[in-house]
Design a binder for this molecule. Structure first.
Ligand SMILES: *Cc1c(COP(=O)(O)O)cnc(C)c1O
Length: 431
């Protein structure tokens, strides 16, 4: 039998990096314990919802064709609604990704002449095409749906004054993006979302408060729908899929909002009644069941990365001791070489495709090359250990995921190994 350190050595993590990392990890014990407490709470929440809804073996079977009377699919949607503390949910493999889920939620609840107001500043990149900020077929702009934005205040807080000014008689949806996504702003906690929802409704009581919940699920004990949001949406290849769902997205919230979304996903009149679940239900159920602890694993990796790189003198967002509401960790690496080296470290720690080198390339929707490191069981799954970075100053890398905390931690150790091997970090820093 080998010593633990020798096992790390087999993965290319040398003793000095291991010992340096170990020192950091020892200082994070309390932090990890509190992450586990949240996971414990959320595990019980999911378990209770499954039992309350009497999920049975027959529910795992799924349907083909039209998908009429797919009892397992319908029950899963009730489980989601219970866990998210709301009236209804739509959880479908036909929702192709997070952007699709968000688009569906928004589009189905907006009508021509309505205005969509984002109050968390610029939304996630892919939504620019959806809204029509970038010319694109089928955008909201083509349907006469207008867009307004209230930027965050300095420090990254919702600007109440600006929200007051921007809500008008045409404002139909007030949208909040919980996670910073690929940006270095603060992510917005459920508590802040609650305050913002109350504010929006106090100004105009019939607005729909929508939250882009991507990367946020199970990081806190409450979800936005339990704190004043009318509707949330997210991707099943992020947190709520628990690493097992191979595709899919969800929308949860008020019955009326979810019905609108179902009518647009399938057809008016058909709504939630159709949509075969094919063979997806076992992984949807099991993934949701695993999601609290998988999210905790990813969070431990993020906190470890923050603590490690902060100690080495890099800017990190959020800071290691900051309260978290999503799983993304940004590190400002300050050079292209450092970005590539970091990504190489992540890629080489993957279970799948550990032997390939991530290379920068142009991506639709970006104004510069992007490098992505991921060796995923499920293609593009970012609840799995992964890192993404646009190749532009100040060279931020966005790190997320890890199906187990051991894997997430090893991945981060390997990035440090890579940066020292490439002489970007001096070995003397590890003494
Ligand atoms: C990932 C993400 C999206 C889009 O999800 P895709 O599945 O990549 O389309 C939207 N918003 C946020 C905050 C995200 O993190």
């Amino acid at each position: 039998m080998y010593k633990l350190q020798e096992m790390y050595e087999k993965l290319g993590i040398k003793k000095e990096v291991y010992e340096y990392s170990k020192g950091i990890l020892d200082g994070l014990k309390d932090r990890f314990e509190s992450i586990d407490e949240t996971a414990e709470y959320n595990q019980l929440k999911v378990l209770h919802a499954m039992q309350k809804n009497r999920v049975g073996e027959a529910d795992l079977k799924g349907s083909t064709g039209y998908g009429y009377d797919d009892l397992g699919r319908d029950r899963l949607e009730r489980v989601y609604a219970d866990v998210f503390g709301c009236e209804d949910a739509l959880v479908r493999p036909q929702i192709t990704c997070g952007t699709h889920a968000i688009t569906l939620a928004l589009f189905s609840n907006l009508r021509p002449q309505d205005e969509l107001l984002y109050i968390s500043g610029k939304p996630y990149d892919t939504l620019e095409s959806v809204i029509g900020l970038r010319d694109s077929k089928g955008s909201f702009a083509e349907y006469g749906i207008t867009y307004a934005q209230a930027d965050l205040k300095d420090g990254g807080y919702i600007d109440e004054e600006s929200v007051r000014k921007k809500i008008n008689e045409r404002t139909r949806i007030v949208a909040i993006q919980r996670s910073k996504g690929y940006d270095t702003r603060r992510s917005l906690s459920v508590e802040e979302i609650k305050k913002a929802a109350m504010l929006a409704k106090s100004i105009k009581d019939d607005v729909i408060v929508f939250v882009d919940n991507c990367y946020g699920e199970f990081v806190e004990r409450l979800e936005p729908t339990e704190a004043g949001a009318d509707m949330i949406a997210g991707s099943l290849i992020k947190n709520p899929g628990g690493g097992l769902s191979a595709v899919g997205g969800y929308i949860a919230g008020k019955r009326d909002c979810v019905e609108n979304a179902a009518a647009r996903l399938t057809s008016p009149g058909l709504g939630k009644e159709v949509g075969a679940s094919l063979g997806m239900l076992p992984s949807f159920y099991q993934g949701f069941f695993m999601a609290p602890s998988v999210t905790a694993s990813a969070l431990k990796g993020a906190v470890f990365a923050a603590a490690l790189y902060e100690k080495l003198g890099f800017d990190v967002y959020p800071a290691p001791d900051e309260k978290r509401t999503d799983i993304i960790q940004a590190v400002t690496l300050r050079s292209k070489e450092a970005l590539l080296s970091f990504c190489k470290g992540i890629q080489s720690t993957s279970a799948i495709d550990s032997f390939v080198s991530p290379t920068p390339s142009d991506m639709p929707g970006y104004d510069c090359e992007v490098v992505m490191a991921a060796g995923d069981f499920i293609s593009g799954s970012s609840i799995e250990l992964s890192a993404d970075a646009p190749l532009k100053s100040p060279y931020n890398v966005y790190f997320q995921g890890g199906l187990t905390s051991f894997h997430a931690v090893a991945g981060i150790m390997k990035t440090l190994q890579s940066l020292t091997d490439d002489k970007i970090i001096d070995r003397s820093a590890l003494k």
